[in-house]
Design a protein around this ligand. Structure first.
Ligand code: AMP
Ligand code: GLY
Length: 422
């Protein structure tokens, strides 16, 4: 089979790396890809947003399956467009992807189907939102409705901060049309867990859990980022009891909700869960693989990812199963100094050629310049290791991080540490 992966980050590098191991795959392309991906797949210089060019490419190359990585492509209806052109594609259609692209839509879905989530109100008028804020106890969370690169969520400690957030989102349109509506919700206290499950419309196949580290600095300090590192499994947090609660209260109800609403959801579902003293609560639905969750999950997946994706598309998830390596995996993100703010690019990366076989480095923001790897984005590399236990996996990943050099590289030193605490 000929495969096209759409996207160019660490998640897509992990998807290409794993799909390439499938005995069914004869050729693999990635648009636009990155320097690491180009070592495994043929890079195609077409942007994620150029749907027409992507469809033309897939037709010309007789691509058998296209796998879509990023949320913005799904929100823009890439799956519908490929299907309308008779092409096979993995990911939810535009209507279903609203579960990620509109927080108002997602909250309404959760409320309608009894999926536990923070109490909230949605607003179309800033004056009403401002009035509502007066009567709340703080902190509260103010969220732009649409996609905002993870920056549209503001934790307001006071009514003044909430008012400023509403003003910036709805009136100044800091996040563009994503700010036509806001959700104001209760602040939840707890630890976060990333859940992944393939959903074929009627059935789901749950992956092991993972934990991300969203803040830029050690100890969960500093601004939110796309994710500074992950580990899996999060055994301390995700107990068998909690997993059962997530199956019953989130995934079973999600499937029942699809049926009740007549919604066809086929693809990866990644609910971000806050584990509170009152049980699991869904913070958001992502309609795609997580980044950098995918790096640790696919490192642990035994067997053929392609078969799982095909079963998802064909509504046959009840006929397949997935096996996982018992060893934990850790992914430490090496980012450009300054990320998530501004940062330079084009800095040479050294040390990638001396790593042991136990290490997989997934590239995110890299490109080739005169056959040398240089930085090309905020998150640059995801250094991923398996170990006999979490502590060994961390040791192994950090040893490799120490060997990889680029000017002003920034990484957290505590990825996975919360999994070791007693
Ligand atoms: P979201 O895009 O909705 O997942 O929000 C991004 C991040 O903001 C989450 O990963 C949490 O760290 C934080 N967050 C979102 N909603 C809440 C909430 N209700 N209570 C506390 N933290 C939240
Ligand atoms: N790692 C969080 C995300 O992919 O949204």
């Amino acid at each position: 089979m000929k495969i096209l992966v759409v996207g160019g980050g660490g998640r897509e590098h992990a998807l290409v790396w794993k799909l390439k191991q499938s005995p069914h795959v004869t050729a693999i392309f990635c648009a636009p890809g990155n320097a690491g991906i180009s070592q495994l797949a043929t890079s195609v210089p077409i942007k994620v947003s150029e749907q027409k060019a992507l469809v033309e490419f897939a037709k010309a190359q007789n691509i058998d399956l296209t796998v879509v990585g990023p949320d913005d492509a799904l929100a823009a209806g890439i799956v519908d467009f490929f299907q309308a052109n008779g092409l096979r594609v993995f990911g939810p259609n535009q209507a279903a992807a609203q579960l990620e692209s509109s927080k108002v839509f997602a909250k309404d879905f959760m409320k309608r189907h009894g999926i536990p989530t923070a109490r909230s109100q949605s607003f179309e008028e800033s004056a009403e939102a401002l009035r509502y804020c007066q009567g709340l106890s703080y902190p509260v969370v103010v969220k732009a409705d649409g996609l905002a690169l993870g920056k549209g969520v503001i934790i307001a400690e006071t009514v003044e901060e909430a008012a400023l957030a509403i003003h910036e989102i709805m009136e100044l349109r800091k996040f563009g049309d994503a700010g036509r509506r806001v959700v104001i919700e209760e602040f939840l206290l707890g630890e976060e867990c990333s859940i992944h499950a393939l959903v074929d419309g009627k059935n789901y196949l749950l992956f092991p859990g993972a934990q991300d580290h969203k803040r830029a600095f050690d100890g969960d300090q500093g601004p939110n980022t796309g994710g500074m590192g992950t580990f899996s499994p999060p055994s301390k947090l995700l107990t068998p009891e909690l997993e059962n609660a997530i199956r019953e209260q989130v995934l079973d109800r999600f499937i029942a909700g699809l049926r009740a609403d007549g919604m066809d959801y086929r693809g990866m579902l990644f609910p971000g869960i806050m584990v509170t003293s009152d049980g699991p609560k869904v913070l958001e639905f992502n309609c795609r693989f997580g980044d950098p969750e995918t790096q640790v999950l696919l490192t642990r997946l035994k067997g053929d990812l392609l078969e799982l994706l095909e079963a998802t598309i064909d509504g046959r998830l009840h006929e397949v199963s997935a096996e996982w390596r018992p060893e934990p995996a850790v992914c430490v993100v090496m980012a450009s100094g300054g990320y998530p703010g501004s940062y330079p690019t084009g800095l040479p990366i050294a040390g990638l050629d001396v790593l042991s076989d136990a290490i997989t480095v997934f590239h995110a923001g890299t490109r080739l310049e005169d056959e040398h790897f240089v930085t090309a984005g905020g998150r640059v590399l995801g250094v991923t290791a398996l170990g006999a236990d979490l502590s060994q996996a961390r040791g192994c990943a950090y040893e490799a991080v120490a060997a990889i050099k680029f000017e002003n590289a920034h990484f957290r030193r505590d990825i996975g540490a919360k999994g070791l605490k007693v």
